[in-house]
Design a protein around this ligand. Sequence first.
Ligand code: IMP
Length: 429
Amino acid sequence: MANVVVVGSQWGDEGKGKIVDWLSEQADVIVRFQGGHNAGHTLVIDGTSYKLSLLPSGVVRGKMSVIGNGVVLDPHAFVAEVEKLKAQGVVVTPENLRIAENVTLILSLHRELDALRENSSTGTKIGTTKRGIGPAYEDKVGRRSIRLMDLKNLDTLRGKVERLLAHHNALRRGLDQEEVSADVIYEELTSVADQVLPFMDSVWKLLDGERKDGKRILFEGAQGALLDIDHGTYPFVTSSNTVAGQAASGSGLGPTAIDYVLGITKAYTTRVGEGPFPTEQQNEVGDFLGTRGHEFGTVTGRKRRCGWFDAVLVRQTVCTSGISGIALTKLDVLDGLDEIKICVAYELDGERIDYLPASQGAQERVKPIYETLPGWKESTEGARSWADLPAQAIKYVRQVEELIGAPVALLSTSPEREDTILVQNPFQD
Ligand code: IMP
């Protein structure tokens, strides 16, 4: 039985929601393993649109869904998302959702710190979602986090809060902010405990049992591999590992549980927030892609930066995530262009290189080297077989495969589930 990890192979927003939904129908368990409510996954089912930020996409289909230990969880945002889904007729209960007992909690002070740093005139502006993701992971690594299980042990919770505040209030004083009292944080946590604790479980154990029972597990990545804290465009990244390897440590299953890695890949490139973007088009091409592709953030509503497909980056992601095959999305956005460019290599200080250098300075200096392909005038929107695609579009897809060194397993041609060309089903690898 195959277990599948889905990751974004660019800077996020590759259209993971639709593909994860398609796969989750075939899966028994769906697991989030990193990130938090900075993600924005849109599922369209029977004409109804569901926007998820924190919950695994499987909840909409009533599948067993799991929030793994690698996630950072804002308990109030969790309750709000459950309520929002309830209003749409989706019922989330401990029968279909479990949260790892050792998940790190995001508190109001994390959100405030995230916003303070982003709004400050000094330091590096990352363009975060201001959800408190980075500060929460900092506390996790700093070994002072409040974790979900701590809400169950109220006699030790206060001491943990005080320990956390010794760190945060020192920071706040330095930033000219009022200190936070332990009472406020204690109340913030205890007021929500009853709504979250029923979902708590030993997730590693649950997943081990499911695996041994031969169940199909789908690991749902958030953001994209180029936002990975180690392998991304540091410091313009998110604060978690977004590469496929994190599915193992962020859920408590070992790496041998992973059979197939599907990289969701947009037929062009977008990015939200600051940071290097070699193929960015701040011109009519970028406007065309942004308008045709509806490139606005699901979580923050921010306009996404747009550019040509960068094969150098995706080729690198194929390596760092061990991608078995890709799901190519939004090909139809390219319909009607006279010519289409693909970045095949970079020029760095007069030399041709075939990878993204690790240093921030070099990443800013690389210049794309393009190959130009003829476009197509016909519409590819809604195509469901190769025969529905114009020859030039097929040529483009084949060139992408060749350049990134991974096959197209799925081709998505509209937000509708059925508008998909299936080459290889990851679950039947
Ligand atoms: P943070 O994850 O809120 O700390 O933001 C760090 C960077 O990751 C910023 O550039 C965000 O725009 C980006 N980011 C975070 N979540 C997503 C996502 O789901 N899609 C695309 N970009 C994201």
